[in-house]
Design a protein around this ligand. Structure first.
Ligand code: C2E
Ligand code: CA
Ligand code: CA
Length: 530
């Protein structure tokens, strides 16, 4: 059966679908956390670089102004101008004029740096450079700006450390993050928040961003502890995991549901047919005058693998609805040949009736099936009866008439089943050219002891006689019914009084016991006493 691998694949797919998204989503969240933190930090660093540039711009402007106004002369006016510049710019702590070796010549105040040692330099242009300096009192590092227009003398300014860095880190990251301001050669001149010396340490695992100034040889690097960034996502991750687990549960539920699903009714019938579970039972038809066996009706049963027997009510409607009744009828006809061929070959007067449905009367397929299945076999077409139930509408009457005529042309008989119960009216009997009328159990049931008349039975009998058709009474369960039917001209009957539908072996035993034996004549047949 090809359904099983499909089901396994479906379950595997469901498991995959259920398992992958939570993992993928957590991974996605982590990546997203890192990416968005980097973006935020890059934004912070950019803002710090902007601030640094503006601060240095002010220093450059102050020094070039001073130089232009003769500050390099170090006269009283120059010193005065330097003090004003300190006051005006706000960002400079000290301005001095130095010689080629860095020795102070004059300054805005007498108390500060005597000799400037400018360790490393970053060149801004021919006349201007920046260096890192350490404040001699506070040991805090800062930035020095030097302007040397020409000659040996230079104007030098020292930035107030707190004017360089601006704290842009958000509260949630301030305790776990740090911004480092340094020259492009790596010399650090400030951290934000301020930290002394080299205690710049926030764990090895960090997330960060670096932005360099494109106007001055410096840049800002901001790093935040990775764990701190991730902590913000822990809740979200937990929610996501719960949501995904619920989703996975639902998907798994669906998988289990699929796994437990029974095959559809239609698939189930198909499987039963492949497994040969549909078998014919045979209900004897008895002659009421002689008590002899006339033949049987094939009534299908399903014998499931567990040995239980299902009656047609459980599956016939479905098989008729989806058309599987066509191959099912074929199987029954073949099996009947296997079961009855030997006995029936020797007893050509015994009949076997098959039930057909509306489907069978929409084209010639049934005629073709009968011809091929019974051709050259032990059971002759003249032994076959086909029952058409009056309950079913025969939509295409012309085709139905033709199919019936073709079945009769090969020697078979056609019976109207459940006569009196349908909507088509008994006029159809004549038009369809039936051979036999089967009086429904519904009209036999009311016949009891002393019944004088059964109107529907009586009129069906009249009608059949007028049309030259024979009669079979169905569902005969009592001797009173037998007496009434015999007295009113019904010659044949089937019903529990004689026998229920029998499995092949029992029916064949019955045939052997009461059917005419090979070589014998019917006169010697045993009859069922009634
Ligand atoms: P149906 O063709 O009218 O068959 C007669 C039904 O009455 C059978 O039921 C039979 O077992 C039952 N029966 C016979 N004698 C008595 C009796 O004395 N008392 C009672 N109470 N019942 C009796 P079953 O075998 O359950 O079949 C039911 C129906 O399923 C059939 O009604 C027929 O319409 C359909 N069916 C059975 N086999 C086939 C088949 O191979 N093909 C098609 N198309 N229909 C089938
Ligand atoms: Ca029938
Ligand atoms: Ca019937």
């Amino acid at each position: 059966m090809k359904k099983k691998p499909l089901k396994v694949a479906a379950i595997a797919a469901c498991l995959l679908i259920a398992g992958l998204p939570p993992l993928a989503f957590v991974r996605y969240l982590e990546n997203h956390a890192v990416f968005s933190a980097e973006e935020t930090l890059s934004d912070y660093a950019g803002r710090m670089v902007d601030h640094l540039e503006l601060t240095i711009d002010q220093g450059v402007l102050a020094l070039t102004d001073l130089a232009a106004n003769g500050a390099l002369e170090c006269d009283a006016a120059a010193i005065d101008a330097m003090r004003r510049a300190i006051f005006d710019t706000y960002v400079l702590r000290e301005i001095a004029v130095v010689d080629a070796d860095g020795n102070k010549i004059c300054a805005d105040t007498i108390f500060k740096t005597e000799r400037w040692t400018l360790s490393r330099q970053g060149t801004v242009n021919r006349a201007i450079d920046v260096s890192v300096v350490t404040d001699e009192q506070t040991f805090m590092r800062s930035l020095a700006l030097r302007y040397r227009p020409d000659g040996d003398r230079a104007l030098i300014a020292h930035f107030a450390p707190n004017s360089l860095g601006v704290d842009v880190l958000s509260d949630r990251w301030r305790s776990a993050g740090v911004a480092r301001l340094s020259l492009l050669d790596g010399t650090e001149f400030q951290t934000v928040p301020p930290r002394k010396g080299t205690d710049f340490a926030i764990g090895d695992d960090t997330i960060g961003a670096t932005v360099a100034s494109n106007r001055y040889p410096l840049g800002v690097d901001i790093r935040v502890d990775r764990a701190t960034v991730m902590r913000d996502y822990e809740n979200l991750k937990a929610y996501a995991l719960v949501a995904m687990s619920i989703f996975a549960g639902i998907v798994l539920g669906v998988a289990v549901f699929i796994a437990r699903q029974r095959p559809s009714a239609s698939d189930d019938i198909g499987q039963g047919m492949k497994a040969g579970e549909f078998i014919p039972y045979y209900q004897p038809v008895i002659n009421l005058n002689t008590g002899k066996l006339e033949g049987c009706e094939v009534l299908v049963r399903r014998r499931r693998r567990d040995g239980t027997i299902q009656s047609p009510a459980a599956f016939i409607a479905q098989a008729e609805a989806d058309g599987q009744i066509i191959p099912l009828t074929r199987q029954l006809m073949r099996q009947t040949i296997t079961d009855l061929g030997e006995s029936y070959g020797k007893r050509p007067h015994l009949s076997v009736a098959f039930n057909l449905c509306a489907h069978h009367f929409t084209n010639d397929e049934i005629v073709h099936d009968v011809e091929t299945i019974f051709a050259n076999g032990p059971i002759a077409p003249t032994q076959l009866v086909f029952e058409v139930t009056e309950r079913l509408p025969l939509d295409d009457t012309m085709t139905a008439i033709r199919v019936i005529a073709e079945l009769q042309a090969i020697g078979s008989k056609v019976a109207l089943d459940d006569a009196g119960t349908g909507h088509s009216g008994l006029a159809m009997l004549h038009r369809l050219g039936m051979d036999i009328v089967k009086i429904d159990k519904l009209f036999i049931d009311p016949i009891g002891p002393g019944t004088q008349s059964a109107p529907i039975v009586d009129s069906l009998v009249d009608l059949a006689k007028n049309l030259g058709m024979s009669l079979i009474a169905e569902g005969v369960e009592t001797l009173d019914q037998v007496h009434y039917l015999r007295a009113h001209g019904v010659d044949s009957a089937q019903g529990y009084l004689f026998a229920p539908p029998l499995p092949a072996s029992s029916y064949i035993a019955l045939v052997n016991a009461m059917g005419s034996a090979p070589g014998k004549t019917e006169d010697h047949d045993q009859g069922i006493a009634a």
